[in-house]
Design a protein around this ligand. Structure first.
Ligand code: ATP
Length: 622
């Protein structure tokens, strides 16, 4: 700003962000201001903070594109005007440097001018048809300052060149011949640039780019090299090359750097002085024509006044820089407010989302816990039902066993009664035997009597009566025996059939009992297997749910932590905002005070001006 030369170079492969870094992007998704904007801001800040009262500045910019269409010859295009095929020539005002003849220089009055200039250049670049990354774009900013006092006139000129260099990658194997030549030409230029830093001769003999950069690279000029690299693995080789190049430049520049010096220029080299002279000339002409009322002279006065106001427009003073920065500040304030609103909206949306999500997860967790509890209860009820069924079956088994025991007792009682009946049958047989013996005895006795009857036939009638009596008794006894025999047979049959029936019933009962036992055992096994399966399923489910629950609890904890950290960030942002507001208020107060001082100065100047005008009028009248 006080007369130094310098350059900022952006170097890297195509697409690595050189233009993004240098000029920013208008991309509405993520708009960004580049280095050019930052440089503009520093210029205006310097004028506001450092400029002495009465010091005026002229800031101008030019924007050129250097490219090679065929890979052999270079072309220079003006990015701010419709001009191609420009040429680099030695600067007639400065034998140490080169200039681009015909390249338009545009005055910069505000940061908006600066941004518009970059945008205009980028649009013309895009429309030029030159492949992105295949050209060097050079933005040159010159700053002249003039301070006139009664004792001396102080003039200074500074220059900063910002070069967005062409992509440095090696040509691809499949690229066309022209593309290969272009890539080789670019790499030659870049190599010559790194050599040129060490050699003034190389700077002179090098490409258009090195020639243009001559007074801003190496020596007493300050240079900043920005190497842009990407994270992609396939660009590794190019990344290494970019960094090696940067390393070489760094070494060269370190060796040669000797600190920026002040660059005082002669008055006849200064556009600012020329403008001031022209301004004075206009005033003089106006004064001469002040009393001329002819139509053409009035028109000439208007033209002169217009020219004066244009000259005034191009000049920057402490006040105009202050005004520009005030506008910028207002813009930044409104941007900050927008950002703050956006941040707080985004934060509250995120908080809401987190809250909803944690609520949802909590509900899901609660539902799954309730579900598992219900499942546990159902399983418990089922287990209880199974246990009740098993108990019922055991009772039935006991009853069956008791029935079996009762049947066995009954069978034993039947066996006893069978044995008694057999005893009785035996007794009847004994009695039948006795009767048979008695009958044999009687037959013997009747034989004896018949024998005696022959002898004693008198006694026959009595004996015959006695005999018939015995016969009827015998008949009755025989009948009794027959009846007893029949009764014995019937009773035996009944007992046999009863015994058979009991045995069949016993067999049936035994079969039933064993069947029942088997079924019960199977049922009990099934029930216990089902029970075990259900219990193991439940255990797995419960374990899974416990794991899920602990994971959910961790997530919840994490979400709570996030919420807390967001809250802490919000508090920090609020603190920062307070601090900014306080510092802004302090700055505003400071500016107001300075404004007040300026207003007083202005009033004094106005008074002086009116005194001078009065003097002029008085001398004119004289
Ligand atoms: N730091 C970054 N943040 C976000 N986007 C970026 C960044 N750097 C680059 N980009 C984006 O990557 C793309 C390529 O970047 P850019 O055009 O700046 O690369 P370049 O090196 O200038 O390429 P070329 O050599 O073709 O001019 C652009 O869309 C740009 O917006």
């Amino acid at each position: 700003m006080e007369g130094g030369f310098g350059s900022i170079l952006c170097h890297g492969i195509t697409g690595s962000g050189k233009t993004y870094c240098m000029s920013g992007t208008e991309d509405t998704a993520s708009p960004s201001l580049g280095l050019v904007h930052g440089v503009g801001q520093r210029i205006f800040e310097h004028i506001r903070d450092q400029a002495a009262a009465g010091k005026v500045y002229l800031v101008e910019a030019s924007y050129a594109q250097i490219y090679s269409q065929d890979g052999t010859s270079e072309k220079i295009m003006d990015l701010l005007a419709d001009a191609d095929d420009l040429e680099v020539q030695p600067d007639p005002q400065n034998p140490q440097s080169f200039m681009c003849a015909g390249l338009q220089r545009v005055p910069i009055r505000s940061l908006d001018d600066m941004q518009q200039l970059v945008t205009q250049g980028q649009r013309r670049l895009a429309a030029s048809g030159v492949e992105a990354g295949r050209s060097h774009c050079v933005l040159t900013l010159t700053v002249e300052s003039l301070l006139e006092s009664a004792q001396q006139t102080e003039l200074a000129k500074g220059k900063l060149m910002l070069a967005d260099l062409a992509g440095s990658e090696a040509p691809a194997a499949e690229s066309s011949e022209v593309a290969r030549r272009q890539a080789l030409s670019i790499n030659r230029t870049l190599a010559s640039l790194s050599l040129a830093v060490n050699s003034a001769e190389a700077l002179v003999k090098g490409s258009s780019l090195t020639q243009l950069l001559r007074d801003c690279l190496g020596g007493s000029a300050r240079t900043l090299l920005i190497a842009t690299i990407g994270p992609e693995m396939e660009d590794l080789e190019e990344t290494v090359k970019t960094l090696t190049y940067a390393q070489q430049m760094l070494t060269s520049l370190t060796v040669r750097a000797s600190g920026a010096g002040m660059n005082r220029i002669d008055q006849d080299q200064s556009s600012l002085v020329q403008m001031k002279d022209r301004h004075n000339e206009c005033i003089r002409m106006l004064r001469e024509k002040v009393s001329d009322s002819r139509e053409e002279e009035q028109e000439e006065r208007r033209r002169l006044q217009q020219e004066m106001s244009e000259i005034n427009q191009r000049l920057l003073t402490k006040d105009s820089a202050e005004k520009t920065l005030e506008e910028l500040k207002q813009q930044q304030f409104s941007k900050m407010n927008e950002m703050r609103t956006e941040i707080s909206q985004a934060m509250s949306e995120q908080m809401d989302q987190l809250r909803k999500q944690s609520q949802l997860e909590l509900d899901q967790l609660r539902a799954s816990v309730e579900k598992s509890q219900k499942e546990q209860e159902t399983a418990k009820r089922e287990a209880e039902a199974h246990e009740a069924a098993v108990a019922k079956l055991q009772v039935m088994l006991q009853e069956a066993q008791q029935g079996k025991a009762a049947a066995e007792q009954e069978a034993a009682a039947l066996k006893v009664s069978l044995a008694t009946a057999e005893e009785r049958a035996k007794g009847l047989q004994v009695r039948q035997e006795e009767l048979r013996k008695e009958r044999a005895d009687f037959d013997e006795e009747r034989k004896l009597l018949r024998q005696q009857g022959e002898q004693q036939w008198q006694r026959l009638a009595a004996l015959e009566a006695e005999l018939s009596k015995f016969r009827s008794e015998a008949e009755a006894q025989r009948k009794e025996i027959e009846r007893l025999n029949v009764a014995q047979g019937e009773e035996g049959n009944i007992l046999r059939s009863e015994r058979e029936a009991w045995r069949a019933r016993e067999r049936e009962l035994q079969a039933e009992v064993s069947d029942f036992q088997k079924k019960s055992e199977i049922q009990a096994l099934k029930v216990s297997r089902d029970h075990n399966e259900a219990m193991s399923k439940l255990k797995t489910q419960v374990e899974r749910l416990e794991v899920e629950a602990s994971a959910r609890a961790e997530q919840l904890l994490e979400a709570q932590k996030n919420v807390a950290s967001l809250e802490a960030e919000r508090v920090l942002a609020l603190h920062r905002e307070d601090a900014i507001r306080q510092s802004s208020a302090a700055e505003i107060r400071k500016w107001q005070e300075e404004l007040e001082v300026s207003r007083q100065g202005e009033q004094e100047l106005m008074q002086m001006l009116s005194a001078v005008q009065d003097g002029i009028i008085a001398s004119a009248n004289r």
